[in-house]
Write a protein that binds this ligand. Structure first.
Ligand SMILES: Nc1ncnc2c1ncn2[C@@H]1O[C@H](COP(=O)(O)OP(=O)(O)OP(=O)(O)O)[C@@H](O)[C@H]1O
Length: 910
């Protein structure tokens, strides 16, 4: 072959040369004409080649492409040289599947056995309404709800992350809630993208899968910690993260949203973190690596030196499971706790628990020799070779950290700091720490949902509007839904509640430690809903009452959300449906004995899935569980339930007397003093040190973030009002979980608590018209971004500051029409005029999640008992057990505050 013979020429000298060159051919001609003339050859005057020469020359073109190029990027050309008949066609390419398993067994072969859309590289997702295309390039991650793919959006010449929801009803519906929440947060609460909430760009249905397009972010916190070999992060990074997370939480609080799945995987980084800063200090301590609820509670009581207050224990569902009554509950009859009076409850010992429950509790191993927070933190070995003054400085920061943590994990929700209060802590602000921290009064909150207006976009690529339905056995594509008047109405589970808090992953759910750290306010919200009204949301604000509705027509049904119910958490964040699927176990937890939704478990749902787990079949999961707490708290949820029709698949109006007393922000101020944390509880002392312990074995339930103690943002209360509710007329035969979950039964739902038939807000998603995630472009946004350290390379898209769902009409007004080629659901951030964005993304992804945290040799190893020489210890002691092993993420319980479905994207180094 010509290519082969020429490949021995001096191609190496021109490895990166052009496609074809003719130098050597010319030399040959000269030689053949005049023989060998060594000296003169180089300087022979130029003369145009003769015809013969030209012909000869064309026959001897040398392709000086390097072999590797010819066999890779030039392979098609090479093939054609080998075989002139060869014609390339993209279709001949073998598909590189990104989804596992990749065998199509559902949804006409589009979905695998897990109801995941089978993706391959270059698979094109299309928003059929806008014709916007998303070309799949890679998979970024998996979650309970589906896959997240890195996609190229040709429209905007940018990469985005597209979450492709499993083709199942519950997931679809819950994902719509995610869309609602994020749209609201983006547009209404954080139009300038200052609060570290991921931006949503678009959503649509493709091949029966709801697809949600997000800004592309980077690694998640779990990956970062993992890369650092689970040794924690430097205090400065912890501080930075805390600050940004708290800002995000504060926003959620204002929006009346509770994040129920805080875990490292749900904190995404914006850019690579400067890992050199990891070299200063590390405190990667999983404070509560509980292997079971019992174990978790035991650790919390021991390490924090207290226990939940009696007024909570009195109401908690599972108090009897973990506590024994040792005193009179008289003093707490009215929800009061008298200071100084010994608790009426004492935590069970391991033996007592076993005797009561007839099973041994799973108990994980102990990592610390010191069994209270102060000792653990202060005795953590200092980095070796640290100068004395640095040790003093760091010890001060550690004290601040202890106080900070105390405020976050305070047992008593009445004393627990709000995100805003926590964000002012010296540990976060970097100010000198004067112990104890006195939090400032909570800022007055915005009335929840006030002025929110969500346009209804029935044709907006919606699943139903597109005439599609999820893959529900017995139900096919739903043509009847293909109506402009159709409004997505999820199936109803008005009577479903999981256990309190976010511990669907436990084998035994506890009633403790839920997210009851909220205060009510006196605002109320009405939600109007019409099954037929194509109109937008209509707000009416009578006094301090905000109204969220979808139609003014007479068929509306009204829900009155009162925020005046005192301490207790909103059952549903009011204007959003609860999370029907609960949470997924973090990777950062012990292995779960429950099967999380996994690629290999078709039809199996997460531990708090609609079908199983601690929700007892509840599709509502934790949000609903919270309502149960409120319901039990008389002042939080007065009166009984008055569901109109608990079995209806449609929106169920709620009634309430509206007279519930309010515990307003003022209360929180009063109660929000610096918590004192005396190791007063006798239980703390009673917990034995389980040195070495039994270790964490497979089959342990996953431990979520500590239930309740991290849910700082909650303020919406749900209560009954006297409002009557129109019955939904257009009752659609919407799917029941029994249709798709073989293990579902109504009995299971009722089994939990038959009185809870009108548990709140799962229905709200029915009333929640999803505004399109249409962005607008604002001049200010660009300058803002360039002027701040927040996501400097982040998206330049912004949603309208106006009403949610409004068409992106202000782009032109803002003078940015040149950036928007056409009205777009997608942000224009990655337009050609935004090279930094593209560059950034490239940079981020070409590294394949570029955060690399390499611990220097001067780090304290985590296995430090006794501490290696050269380590300083603040007290001269090492506090770590010799058995401590940090290599197994499964044994670590995170101390991180994380968001589910409202991803924070916090991490840009100052
Ligand atoms: N915008 C994004 N940019 C980059 N990666 C992302 C983005 N969104 C999600 N991911 C990756 O995909 C993973 C799964 O996403 P996500 O948590 O949203 O799914 P999920 O089904 O809601 O998960 P779960 O409910 O189990 O937490 C994340 O942990 C993250 O690694």
């Amino acid at each position: 072959m010509e290519m082969d013979s020429n490949s021995n020429s001096d191609s190496n000298s021109n490895g990166g040369g052009g496609v074809a060159e003719s130098d050597s051919g010319a030399e040959d001609l000269v030689e053949s004409d005049s023989g060998w003339r060594p000296k003169h050859l180089l300087f022979t005057p130029y003369s145009p080649p003769t015809q013969t020469q030209t012909k000869s020359q064309s026959l001897r073109v040398v392709v000086r492409r390097p072999l590797v190029a010819r066999l890779t990027k030039d392979i098609i050309e090479t093939y054609q040289i080998c075989n002139p008949q060869f014609r390339y066609s993209e279709e001949l390419n073998p598909k590189r599947y990104l989804t596992t398993p990749s065998i199509g067994v559902l949804n006409d072969g589009f979905d695998n056995v897990n109801s995941d859309l089978i993706l391959n590289v270059n698979y094109v997702l299309i928003n059929l309404e806008t014709q916007r295309r998303y070309i799949v390039k890679d998979v970024l991650g998996h979650g309970t709800f589906g896959q997240v793919a890195k996609c190229w959006a040709p429209d905007t010449s940018s990469f985005v992350a597209v979450k492709i929801i499993k083709n199942q009803t519950a997931y679809y519906q819950q994902a719509l809630v995610e869309v609602s929440i994020l749209t609201t947060l983006n547009k209404k609460y954080d139009p300038e993208d200052k609060h570290h909430v991921v931006r949503i760009y678009d959503y649509f249905v493709y091949q029966r899968h709801l697809c949600i397009s997000f800004e592309l972010l980077d690694s998640n916190l779990y990956e970062l910690i993992k890369m650092n070999q689970f040794r924690g992060l430097s205090l400065s990074i912890v501080r930075l993260f805390s600050k940004q997370i708290l800002h995000g939480l504060a926003l959620l609080k204002d929006a009346g949203i509770i994040h129920c799945d805080l875990k490292p995987e749900n904190i995404l980084l914006c850019t690579g973190v400067d890992t050199t800063d990891l070299l200063k200090f590390s405190l990667g301590l999983p404070l509560f690596p509980g292997a079971s609820e019992f174990d978790l509670l035991r650790r919390m009581i021991e390490i924090l030196g207290g226990q939940p207050p009696d007024y909570l224990l009195k109401e908690a569902k599972n108090t009897n499971k973990f506590f024994k009554c040792i005193g009179s509950v008289h003093n707490i009859e009215n929800g009061e706790v008298s200071a100084g009076i010994r608790s009426a409850y004492q935590a069970l010992t391991e033996e007592e628990y076993e005797a009561r429950e007839l099973k041994k509790p799973s108990v994980g191993k102990e990592y610390f020799n010191h069994m209270n927070l102060e000792a653990i933190v202060t005795n953590y070995p200092y980095r070796k070779n640290l100068a004395k003054e640095d040790i003093i400085k760091e010890s001060q920061i550690r004290l601040a950290l202890i106080d900070f943590l105390r405020g976050l994990v305070e047992f008593d929700p009445a004393k627990r700091w709000s995100p805003f209060q926590a964000s002012k802590h010296p540990f976060v602000t970097g100010e000198p720490f004067t112990c104890p921290y006195k939090p400032p009064p909570e800022t007055p909150r915005l009335p929840v949902a006030q002025n929110i207006r969500v346009d209804h976009h029935p044709g907006g690529g919606h699943w139903f509007a597109a005439g599609l339905s999820p893959n529900i056995p017995g139900r096919n594509r739903v043509a009847m839904h293909n109506s402009p008047h159709f409004q997505v109405v999820p199936y109803a589970h008005t009577n479903s509640y999981g256990s309190i808090g976010s511990y669907g992953s436990y084998n035994d759910s506890t009633g403790l430690g839920s997210s009851y750290g909220s205060y009510g306010d006196t605002n109320s919200m009405y939600a109007y809903f019409s099954p037929v009204g194509p109109s937008g949301m209509n707000m009416h604000v009578p006094g301090n009452v905000s109204v969220l509705g979808s139609s003014p027509d007479s068929r509306r049904r009204i829900v009155h959300y009162s925020h005046g119910n005192g301490i207790g958490i909103s059952p549903s964040a009011g204007n959003f449906a609860p999370l029907p699927l609960g949470t997924s176990p973090s990777q950062f937890t012990p292995p779960s004995s429950y099967g999380q939704v996994s690629a290999g478990s078709p039809g199996h749902y997460g531990p708090t899935s609609p079908a199983r787990g601690s929700c007892h079949g509840s599709p509502l999961g934790k949000m609903a569980a919270v309502s149960q707490f409120n319901r039990r708290k008389g002042w939080a949820y007065p009166g009984g339930s008055h569901s109109q029709d608990s079995s209806s698949t449609n929106w169920q109006g709620q009634s309430a007397d509206g007279t519930s007393s309010s515990q307003t922000e003022g209360n929180s101020q009063l109660l929000g003093n610096s918590p004192s944390h005396p190791l007063s509880n006798s239980n703390a002392a009673r917990w034995k040190h389980h040195g070495g312990g039994s270790g964490i074995s497979a089959g342990y339930p996953a431990i979520q973030s500590v239930p309740g103690f991290f849910a700082l943002g909650s303020n919406m209360q749900y209560s009954h009002t006297g409002v009557t509710h129109d019955k939904q007329e257009n009752s659609l035969a919407l799917p029941d979980p029994g249709d798709w979950d073989p293990n579902y039964s109504d009995e299971l739902l009722l089994q939990e608590d038959g009185s809870d038939l009108n548990c709140i807000a799962t229905e709200f998603s029915k009333a929640m018209d999803l505004g399109s995630a249409e962005p607008s472009v604002e001049q200010g946004r660009f300058s803002h971004i360039s002027g701040t350290s927040q996501r400097p390379n982040g998206p330049l898209q912004s949603f309208s500051r106006l009403e949610m769902g409004s068409v992106p009409s202000d782009a032109a007004h803002a003078g940015y029409s040149h950036l928007v080629s056409k009205p777009s659901h997608l942000m224009p951030h990655a337009s050609q005029s935004s090279p930094s964005r593209l560059g950034q993304q490239h940079q981020r992804y070409s590294h394949g999640r570029p955060i690399a945290a390499v611990r220097g040799s001067d780090w304290n190893p985590m296995k430090v008992q006794p501490p290696p020489s050269g380590y300083n210890s603040g007290t001269g002691n090492s506090s770590f057990g010799s058995s401590m092993s940090w290599g197994n993420p499964g044994s670590i319980e995170p101390l991180y505050l994380l968001f589910e479905h409202c991803y924070l994207s916090p991490l840009v180094m100052d």
